[in-house]
Design a protein around this ligand. Structure first.
Ligand code: AMP
Ligand code: GLY
Length: 455
């Protein structure tokens, strides 16, 4: 049986408990398969495991942290045939998909054809993330503000344009490139070199058969995530990611080194206005075209002096945004996801804790480049004993001695709730200082700018 919510001693406090307590029995309980094995999926597993509607949670492939809440099954998240067989054999009621790859590869369509419910969009709609040019085209069609752009399929034409056009520009490989397919260019020499790498040397493989070249925007970034059945939109709490590897936003771009929620700069009303400009037009437009977008839609925004511009859409939850959003969510997420998978969202709102949340990612030495794996992780129990802390596992595994060891670039997302962002921040850093593994590093300035703004 999965274990219910544990957020340090905070889980004993009534204000930190899930809205619904876990009742015994009940025929309408669900067997859920969660796909993925990172920090985002640990946060999802932790939340789903608290649902009174849950009968049994499986996770494919999961990790050492997810194993506390779910039975981990040895099927890779991009083995669609293996996942389908598992879901059919185990009579899964709902499959929740974490990463973009299986969504873009068509897990929704494959499962749907066998009458199985999936939380996540169809392959066609997952192209909002899977193809930058498709996504830009949808934004243009429905009047969503986005940077001016051109699409190229021939390297020479793209290079010619890069030499002629005004700098700076941003060059994006059209297809999925594990978050690495975006290159900022201040000079045309940089642009030509980037285009040569992407289109001629194929550093991102077939993802670089096409590129988008767009104007570089200036401003603060903001992530907006909504849950939708293609009609009703339920905004999730706002969150800010920290993408650069090192303090003061230096170093290479990563998947995200830490995040906090809520955003310090934007209140609920202004988030509503931002959603009306950046998300609602495409949800309404796609539904009217007969291809409703269902699942979670993540809009990566640049807040420019002319208002919000969409940098990208993702067809999945953000990582590490999920790790700071879900601990603040009071509402039981499982029935909400089940409604969306069934095509009709009945919930009209979500309830949130009046707390701030912060997560600090502890990564392996060398991340985001190649890193060594298999190092034992010390101090997890001490970190987890800090009140109001939950340690989400991003890249961990058990070794043959049953020790928890590193198994990826991002290893842990050390998460804390607090009455203020400053309090949450102090708690998260208190916890992360308990943890050690060879080569491990983390940014010491997650949330710092926001704390200064709030001051
Ligand atoms: P994307 O995968 O499109 O979100 O790009 C990854 C990161 O590149 C974003 O989070 C931004 O930091 C940056 N970026 C992407 N497009 C632009 C743009 N047009 N102007 C400035 N920065 C951008
Ligand atoms: N944190 C960025 C992403 O999930 O794409």
């Amino acid at each position: 049986m999965p274990r219910p919510c544990e957020l340090g001693r905070a889980s004993e406090r009534p204000d930190m408990m899930p809205e619904n307590k876990r009742p015994e029995g009940g025929a309408d309980k669900l067997k859920v398969l969660l796909v993925g094995g990172g920090g985002r999926e640990h946060a999802l597993a932790w939340k789903i495991a608290q649902s009174p509607k849950l009968a049994k949670l499986y996770c494919a492939p999961g990790n050492a942290g997810i194993a506390k809440h779910a039975e981990c099954v040895n099927v890779s998240s991009d083995d669609l045939d293996g996942l389908l067989k598992f879901a059919v054999d185990n009579k899964i009621d709902l499959t929740v998909v974490g990463p973009e790859l299986p969504l873009v590869a068509g897990i929704y369509d494959k499962f749907h054809a066998r009458g199985l419910k999936v939380f996540g969009p169809s392959a066609k709609m997952a192209m909002l993330e899977g193809s930058k040019s498709f996504s830009k085209d949808v934004m243009n069609r429905f009047g969503v503000p986005t940077a001016a752009y051109e699409v190229f399929t021939h390297a020479k034409e793209a290079m010619h344009y890069a030499v002629e056009t005004e700098m700076p520009v941003v060059i994006k490989a059209d297809g999925l490139a594990a978050g690495k397919g975006v290159v900022m260019c201040d000079t045309s020499e940089q642009a030509v070199a980037a285009l040569s790498g992407i289109m001629e040397k194929k550093v991102f493989g077939a993802a670089g058969d096409k590129v988008v070249i767009e104007q570089k925007l200036e401003g603060e970034e903001l992530s907006i995530l909504v849950l939708t059945d293609g009609e009703t939109i339920l905004p999730l709490a706002s969150a800010r990611d920290h993408k650069r590897a090192y303090e003061h936003d230096r170093g290479p771009n990563t998947g995200g080194m830490g995040a906090y929620s809520p955003s310090a700069q934007f209140d609920e009303a202004s988030i509503g206005t931002i959603i009306d400009k950046t998300v609602r037009p495409i949800i309404d437009g796609l539904r009217k075209e007969g291809t409703p977008y269902r699942g979670v839609l993540y809009a990566g925004l640049m807040m420019t002096k002319d208002g919000p511009y969409v940098l990208e859409y993702n067809c999945r939850f953000g990582d590490p945004e999920t790790e700071v959003i879900l601990p603040r969510l009071k509402t039981d997420l499982l029935p909400v996801m089940m409604e969306i998978a069934g095509g009709k969202l009945r919930h009209r709102s979500l309830q949130w804790h009046e707390k701030s949340c912060i997560t600090v990612v502890m990564a392996s030495g060398g991340y985001p480049g190649a890193c060594q794996k298999g190092f034992p992780i010390r101090g997890l129990p001490a970190a987890e004993a800090v009140p109001d802390v939950v340690v989400f596992h991003a890249g961990t595994a058990f070794n043959e001695k049953k020790e928890v060891v590193t198994a990826g670039g991002r290893v842990l997302a050390v998460t804390a709730l607090g009455d203020s962002l400053r309090a949450a921040c102090e708690t998260a850093y208190q916890a992360i200082h308990q943890i050690h593994f060879e080569g491990g590093f983390f940014r010491r300035d997650i949330g710092r700018r926001a704390i200064e703004v709030l001051k």
